[in-house]
Design a protein around this ligand. Structure first.
Ligand code: SF4
Length: 399
């Protein structure tokens, strides 16, 4: 049984949440890249692929995708999501096909319907407006963005003016600036730091999590020069996932005849990867949404990586198209084992659903959450969603 926003499909108010108790338990990963060599001949000149690791989904995106998938499973459609869950059209499309409606204005959400707020972090008034709609609200903000929101609030409350390094109009920057709009000044370049007015009182500097080190360090130097007494966080706000993907790219880009960066044009960390490959001297750099956008004259050694919002099955498809004669070398610069659990209220909801299912099916009811979220890859979840669309069987593959 699924949950409705305020009413389920049968029209009963406050129905008991249950589901079939079919919690996945195995560690589920997409197919290994080693199986993807020599599948077709669309780019016969490619000798070898150097594949960056880490690449693709970060812990925050993993958490957000799985949270929305759990909501799709638990609630009657439509489930609403404020902003694109991640900046990737294929991911968004898969959820839309399952009845998720993405909105850019909370007023578009009917009263009482379930809403998820995206990983980018929402402005406090958006969170409050979502709660006022009266439906179930899951805030899937990445914990690393929450940390920056907290820093902004703490510094503003202490009377600081904040120089915030972030991209104009990016959802994360918009949400973060709304935490203390009267105290925050957004900049993107050293020139913009120069143009800031004189700031009264103490000054702090904070950043959008997905900036590249190069974007950040130039502006930081200019900010330090302009405001010598500036307060900085003990650790920069740039997130580990962004940094790791950039380090992996830097390891391979100088050795490649061309570099393919998989991800959307509106993904900040994807764009940062593409410009970094350029700066690293790679002669040809292509940002692609999918394999259809690959040029057909690639040759020699081709590097492949993916932004934090690009699913692993796209990486596999790109490698299939490149079909390197001498296979794929995966270059690991570090292991990433960070895990962000689903938002607390969603965990509680899913625990209640599991417990109800367990009792309904005569199993033990010891209050433990049967959900095994940690051991499921979001890429696997997405592949399962695609299969669910195909056979319209919502509980297939443990979803
Ligand atoms: S890129 Fe970093 S800050 Fe953004 S969602 Fe992923 S882990 Fe969180």
């Amino acid at each position: 049984m699924l949950l409705g926003g305020s009413e389920n499909r049968s029209g009963r108010e406050g129905a008991t949440p249950t589901r079939n108790g079919n919690s996945p338990g195995a560690i589920l990963h997409p197919a290994p890249v080693a199986t993807l060599v020599g599948v077709n001949e669309t780019a016969p000149g490619v000798d070898k692929v150097l594949l960056a690791a880490p690449r693709g989904f970060c812990a925050g995106v993993e958490m957000a995708i799985k949270a929305l998938a759990w909501m799709v499973r638990a609630f009657e459609p439509p489930v609403y999501c404020y902003h694109e869950i991640v900046h990737n059209q294929i991911v968004v499309q898969r959820f839309e096909n399952l009845g998720v409606v993405f909105v850019d204005d909370i007023d578009e959400v009917p009263e009482g319907m379930p809403i998820m707020l995206s990983a980018h972090g929402s402005a406090p008034d958006v969170v409050a407006a979502a709660r006022r709609r009266g439906g179930y609200v899951v805030d899937a903000v990445c914990p690393l963005v929450t940390k920056v929101h907290h820093e902004v609030k703490t510094r503003a409350d202490k009377g600081y003016q904040i120089v915030y390094v972030g991209h104009e109009g990016h959802e994360e920057a918009v949400g973060t600036m709304a935490v203390a709009p009267g105290a925050i000044h957004r900049v993107e370049s050293p020139g913009e730091v120069e143009q800031l007015p004189d700031l009264d009182g103490p000054v702090a500097v904070l950043a959008q999590t997905t900036l590249s080190h190069r974007e950040w360090s130039g502006v930081l130097d200019a900010t330090r020069a302009r405001f010598p007494e500036i307060w900085e966080p003990g650790r920069s706000d740039l997130c580990f996932a962004t940094t790791n993907r950039q380090s992996a790219l830097m390891e391979i880009a100088p050795r490649c005849d061309a570099m393919v960066v998989i991800g959307s044009a509106n993904s900040s960390n994807t764009k940062a990867l593409a410009s970094l490959a350029d700066e690293a001297g790679c002669p040809r750099v292509f940002r692609v949404n999918s394999p259809d956008e690959l040029p057909d004259d690639l040759s020699g050694t081709v590097g492949v990586t993916a932004g934090a919002s690009a699913p692993e099955d796209l990486v596999h498809e790109v490698i299939r198209c490149l079909s390197p004669r001498n296979g794929v070398d995966e270059i690991h610069v570090t292991n990433e084992d960070e895990y962000f659990p689903p938002p607390r209220n969603l965990r509680e909801l899913l625990g209640a659903v599991d417990a109800a299912a367990s009792v309904a099916f005569g199993g033990p009811h010891d209050g433990r959450v049967a959900l095994d979220d940690r051991n499921i890859d979001a890429s696997y979840v997405l592949e399962s969603l695609a299969m669910t669309e195909a056979d319209d069987t919502p509980d297939r593959h443990g979803l």
